[in-house]
Design a protein around this ligand. Structure first.
Ligand SMILES: [Zn+2]
Length: 205
């Protein structure tokens, strides 16, 4: 016999899919929401619905954009000028971590994940074609690959390097000194700062 209302059961199972939450915390959050139905659960549900319909991924840089306006992070729609550097990161949290170091204030390309033979990630979802287009269209001089020091991050870095072969662009990678297996998002500012500063060239140019 099931002791739980199906709608509550469903709520708990959805909450438990959020990063960092197990079934126990999910139950606690679900009960807290029920207890605060009008002042928290309702506005949260409405905000989620608005965010779902209004926040989109920019097909050019992979950043976040609003349905009503153009790409807010990189202003992709307006960019036709040259820019010297383009930093490639796995996700938005990595971009924020990079920005916090203050070492790089240029443009970003946000892959939205990594390539992995295990989970079958598709290169098309990583906006690789758009990356090639940006490098050509914006006369990018240096592509800085700032993927994590994990197997997936390094596989992705190789793939990007191969994809950019033949283009007149310098390709650099964050220096090792990044702990093996580390994810960019969780590195302290100092480690990330020095890895960026002493990045290695991985292209001939
Ligand atoms: Zn964009």
């Amino acid at each position: 016999m099931k002791l739980i209302e199906p709608a509550l059961d469903n709520l708990i199972s959805l909450i438990s899919r959020l990063p960092g939450l197990g079934p126990k915390s999910a139950r606690r959050i679900a009960l807290y929401l029920l207890k605060n139905k009008n002042n928290l659960m309702k506005p949260l549900a409405e905000t989620l619905s608005i965010a779902h319909s209004k926040i989109l991924r920019c097909n050019i840089c992979g950043g976040i954009k609003s349905l009503d306006v153009s790409c807010t992070i990189q202003k992709c729609e307006y960019l036709s000028n040259s820019y010297d550097q383009l930093c490639i990161v796995e996700n938005i949290a990595d971009m924020w971590a990079m920005e916090a170091t203050n070492i790089y204030k240029g443009h970003y390309h946000i892959l939205g994940g990594t390539l992995s033979a295990l989970n079958g990630s598709d290169p098309a979802t990583l906006l690789i074609n758009s990356l090639i287009e940006r490098v050509k269209k914006n006369n990018v001089k240096e592509v800085i690959i700032a993927t994590s020091a994990t197997i997936e991050g390094q596989t992705t870095a190789h793939y990007i390097h191969d994809s950019l072969k033949g283009l007149k662009v310098k390709i650099t990678k964050l220096a090792h000194g990044l702990p093996v297996g580390s994810e960019i998002e969780y590195l302290d500012d100092g480690t990330l700062f020095s890895a960026f500063k002493y990045r290695n060239s991985v292209s001939e140019k």
